[in-house]
Ligand binder design. Sequence first.
Ligand code: GRF
Length: 335
Amino acid sequence: MNKIAILASGTGTNAENIYRFFSNGNRVKVELVIYDRRNAPVAERMRALGADTLYLPAEVWEQRPQEIVDLLTQRGIDLVVLAGFLRFIPTPLTEAFKGRIINIHPSLLPAYGGRGMYGHKVHEAVIAAGEVESGVTVHYVTEEMDGGEILLQERVAVDPTDTPESLEAKIRRIEFDIYPRAIVAALTRMPRRPGEEWAEKLGVAYDPTKLPPHYPGAVPPPVANAATQAPPHEETPAATTPKGYAEVLQRAYGDDVPKMPPAYLVWAVVMTVLCCLPAGIVAIIFSSQVSSKYYAGDIEGAQRASDRAQIWIIVSFVLGVLTNTLYLPVALLFN
Ligand code: GRF
């Protein structure tokens, strides 16, 4: 599950569209919606949908940007999505989330971008210049305003009868279509976190914010902080013992504690019965270690066991095939 944070300052129609789009699946979660204007309509709009919202005033953006980096890291945010966010992104954030912040702009960047070019002003400028086409750009956010690499761009014709309002309406429809797709594209381009690929292969729900703190790749839970109004930090049970880890899982996932699929074990048993007995038994031993090590909190050990189980399942298969095919010729040779 990838987590995104949406940053918005205004009405929030894009934020709502993104939230609704990803509510239908389980690959991307809108973890948090951050807004920087106390009365921004986006806050109420998103709360009504059940989203987790957080107000971060100008003072935090300007004087304590590292707190924002810490908050996003602690919440396990993979991608920061700007949707009508009118504030300059502070350097600590662009550095910590390099290649992981995207923005949508209602023009064909680099045209009609930069300082002062936002919202209605963009469409007014496009019409005033007599342009025959405009569009939408989703780009990465860097130090340079509206200047990062372009991820997706879509064009729209500007008709002679178009007004800034009609052009804005056309562009809004494209934004609703393009932004969720751009989010998926940006997430797909990002390198996997340690353990994620392996967990996906086994069908395990992997969430680094829900791992016990000593795990490789674990992200600490949110810490209480007056400025960010994060939920109070609860003591994490000692997770060094199997019981501790089971408790951590139970607290993190409630009744939906992820189950380790018996995938390798089933294959190992099948190979033992059908193919090669000794190699199959070795595969069974390693397969059974995957679950036991996982629940004992030894994720790396479980990963190693699953790699070995895979190898021995293949060895068992190959030996089984060789034994069956060579049995007849060898028997004939020695008789
Ligand atoms: C959109 O037009 C977007 O392109 C620009 O700001 C506007 C946000 O609108 N960056 P909304 O707040 O999502 O309704």
